[in-house]
Design a binder for this molecule. Structure first.
Ligand code: FES
Length: 168
């Protein structure tokens, strides 16, 4: 399938252009190797931060793999969201180093102050507090969290508030 055959699709032609660049890196019979970056592009550019079943199905058809193969990848990696999310994604690490340095208190603080439970989204849609993260390989900066994939380290509750309050 080419981009021009995808008129009326849920995935924009701009997204397809980026996806095609990834697909071109692999042999024709290994198009599925581009699935992970393709899903990231679709989630960011066409899904408001998450992947609907329809978007995943369209990606499966475009790459030429079974829909279930896309669902398996999308449900395995924590960077993909399968439910609608807020405008920003906040994820606090609560693995061992961060836990010992106050990661769980940070989660509790965010839940109490901003009225959001882990896995949920604030009423104003400002951010989703992701499920607790496993170690993000920044233990030296514990406690840490990511906001839209960007690392924030050596957190205090005041720092957390100033980061969250600065979100759009
Ligand atoms: S335990 Fe949090 S980054 Fe390693």
């Amino acid at each position: 399938m080419s981009q021009t055959e995808n008129k009326g699709s849920l995935i924009s032609s701009e997204a397809y252009e980026k996806i095609d660049k990834w697909i071109a890196r692999y042999p024709a019979d290994k198009r599925q190797s581009a699935l992970i970056p393709a899903l990231s592009i679709v989630q960011e550019m066409c899904g408001n931060g998450s992947l609907s079943t329809e978007l995943m199905d369209e990606m499966a058809a475009y790459i030429g793999i079974p829909e279930i193969a896309v669902y398996e990848v999308a449900s395995f990696y924590s960077m993909y969201e399968l439910e609608p999310v807020g405008r920003n994604m906040v994820a606090v690490c609560t693995n061992i180093s961060c836990m010992l340095c106050g990661g769980e208190e940070i989660v509790q603080h965010i839940e109490d102050k901003y009225g959001v439970k882990i896995g949920g989204t604030t009423a104003d849609g400002k951010f989703t507090l992701k499920q607790e993260e496993e170690c993000l390989a920044a233990c030296a900066g514990a406690p840490m969290m990511t906001v839209n994939g960007h690392y924030h380290e050596k957190l205090t509750l005041e720092k957390v508030d100033s980061i969250i309050e600065g979100l759009k």
